[in-house]
Structure formats: C-alpha cells, structure tokens
Design a protein around this ligand. Structure first.
Ligand code: ATP
Length: 344
C-alpha cells in the first residue's frame, strides 16, 4: 500500500466479509488488542448490528502473561467490547513458560484456550484477525523453510481445528486498510512489540516486504499464489483419496496396519504417492505429520525396491514402521516407541 492512501473498510463490504459467520450459531472473536483483531471486532459488530439478526458474537482475549501490563491490554479490549456492545472474557495462560520457543508455545496455548472456551460455550467458530499481509508473510516464511505445496497454500479463510471452525474474514484485506478503519472510527489499539523484534524470522521478513513489493512480490500477488496453491492442493488431495481406495489391500483399521499394493503404489504420480504415504504414516504413527524431506527420502527408498534394489525395506518415520513384503507396502505403528530411532 506504499504511496496510495489506504481506504477504511466500507459498510458495503461487510456482508461479503462476514457471510461465513452465518453458518454458526455463535462466533467468538479472538482479539489481542492489536489493530487487525481490533478492526475485526469493530467490523463484525457493525455487520451484526446492521443486519439485526445473525450469530451471537463475543470477544475473547488471551493474556499470555509474557509482558508486564498484559492484563491491562486485556482490560482495554474489555472496554472496547463494552463500547461496541459485545461480551468479553479474558483467558489466562497459567503455568511455567518455556525459555526457548516461547512464541510457538504461546500460540499453542492460545489455540488450546480459545478452542476449549468455544466448546464450553457451544460456539462452533472462532474468528481470527489474519490479514493479507500475514498471508503474504506466511508464504515467504514457508518458502524459506522448504515447505511443499500444502504449506505454500498458507492459511485458509476457513479451516477446522479440534472440531471448531477457524474463520479468517480479513485474509484478503491489507492491514493498512484496517488501521485506516480504526483511525476513521477513533478506536485505539496497541502494537505488539514482538512484531518489530528482528530476533523473529517473521519480523525480519516484514522488513523485506517493501523491497520485495518493488520487484512485484506484493502481498496481493503472494496471497494469490497461496490461493492457487490451495486450489491445486485440493485437487491433489482428491486424487490421493482415489489412489488410496485403488491401492488399499483391505480397510485402514484404527491404528493400522495400512497395506497397499506395491506395484499400484509405484504407478502413482510421485506427488500422489507421497500424499498417500504421508496419510498412512500419520494414520499409524500418530506423531503428527512427517517432515516432507523425510517422506521424500522414504518414497525414494520404496521406488528403489520397485526398481530391483534387493535389501529389504524396514524403516521408521514419525512413529510408523514402513516395510515391503511380497508385493505389499505395509505401514504399521512402530513397535517400540521409546527405543525407536527415526531413520530416513
Ligand atoms: N492474545 C491474544 N488474544 C486473543 N486473540 C489473539 C491473541 N493473539 C493473537 N490472537 C488472534 O490471532 C490472530 C493472529 O495473531 P498473530 O499474527 O499475532 O498470531 P501468530 O502468533 O502469528 O499465530 P498464528 O498466525 O498462527 O495465529 C490475531 O489477529 C487474533 O485474532
């Protein structure tokens, strides 16, 4: 948005932004007090008031207790909630905080607290204030970390976590427009100091953003790239569903094993084979998704056997054991999780 003055979000845009809220009886808006989520609450309240009926809206703030005065930030959100006529609750992250990886731990705790609150209140959805700029940053961040196509799809406008819908109505809206919206409405907000703390990779990418934009890598273009990746990802997931049905030698029992026809697996396009392998390993290993590079190495080993490599395959990855026996690719839970060593 350099050069051009950002326009506040107009009332005529609200229905387009918030229509997905209508699928839920209640939506809890996660508001940190920063500009993005504050604007999200202000705009959602405006939309709800204008239409007169719709889902119940409420605001949640997580107090991570990581900065002195964090409780005052939560109180300020409470005052905003009063002003716009929404309920507000503060959820406190209690207990010991790690000394390293604190941002990641805070994020995990935040989602846990928000989701359990949504469940307790019977609300099916949580709204988050991610913007177009966040989406662009996510693409760059994941590219820098070697993500595959799924990772490069970045955030979805609607996704699910632990049975709760996560809605991101502002994913297509530049942050500058949200700041302009708040200024026009005279609503105060705070800036999280970690956003400009260049010890964090995301903050360093933010510094690069204007230079990248000059070369054409604008937030809008990066977000468009993510949407195209998401479209391809959906198509490939569907193809993997079909491939799974075609190559399975029996049902995928809870906890495994998963048995696949080895020759059928070998005939699959590599990307589809990788997805199927990832699913089988996730299904049996229960240690979360396997790293893409490790999956790729495992798939290479399977293909080597198909080409005649004589040594038997017996490898573990992400808590799953992958073996080849008599024309069968078998994925099961790794036998001894404690002694297991991850190989690839
Ligand atoms: N303390 C908080 N209380 C309530 N909601 C929060 C809080 N911090 C963040 N959020 C919600 O999460 C959104 C994203 O925030 P932020 O970009 O700071 O998160 P992040 O740490 O990058 O994590 P992620 O992008 O994975 O959610 C915010 O717009 C807001 O909706």
């Amino acid at each position: 948005m350099r050069g051009a003055r950002a326009e506040p979000v107009g009332d005529h845009e609200l229905e387009g932004l918030f229509a997905p809220f209508l699928d839920h009886p209640g939506v809890l808006i996660a508001v940190s007090g920063g500009p993005d989520s504050t604007a999200l609450a202000v705009l959602a309240a405006r939309w709800r008031k204008a239409r007169g009926h719709g889902p119940m809206l409420g605001i949640l703030t997580v107090d991570h207790g990581l900065r002195p005065g964090s409780n005052r930030e939560a109180e300020a959100v409470g005052a905003l909630a009063d002003a716009i006529g929404l309920s507000h609750a503060t959820l406190v992250w209690r207990g010991a905080k790690p000394t390293t990886g604190v941002q990641e731990a805070a994020r995990t705790a935040r989602y846990r607290l928000l989701i359990s609150q949504a469940k307790a209140r019977g609300c099916g959805a949580i709204a988050l204030g991610h913007t177009l700029d966040d989406q662009a940053e996510t693409v760059l961040f994941r590219l820098s970390r070697g993500s595959g196509l799924t990772g490069l799809s970045a955030m979805r406008p609607a996704s699910r976590r632990d049975g709760i819908a996560l809605l991101r109505p502002l994913l297509g809206v530049p942050k500058a427009r949200l700041v302009a919206t708040l200024r026009a409405a005279g609503v105060p907000f705070v800036e999280d100091p970690s956003n400009v703390d260049t010890r964090y990779a995301r903050a360093r990418l933010r510094v690069l953003a204007p230079l990248l934009a000059e070369e054409g890598l604008t937030p809008a273009r990066l977000a468009l790239f993510a949407r195209r990746m998401a479209r391809a990802d959906e198509a490939l997931e569907r193809a993997a569903d079909q491939a799974g049905a075609r190559t399975a030698l029996g049902p995928w029992q809870d906890g495994g094993p998963v048995r696949l026809d080895l020759a059928g697996f070998g005939d699959l396009p590599k990307e589809i084979g990788l997805r199927l392998l990832a699913r089988a390993i996730g299904h049996c290993g229960r240690e979360g998704p396997a790293e893409l590079a490790k999956l790729e190495a495992m798939a290479e080993q399977i293909h080597a056997r198909l080409k005649g490599e004589p040594t038997p395959l017996r490898r573990t990855l992400a808590g799953a054991l992958v073996t080849i026996r008599r024309g069968e690719l078998c994925v099961s839970a790794a036998p001894d999780r404690r002694k297991r060593s991850v190989s690839h």
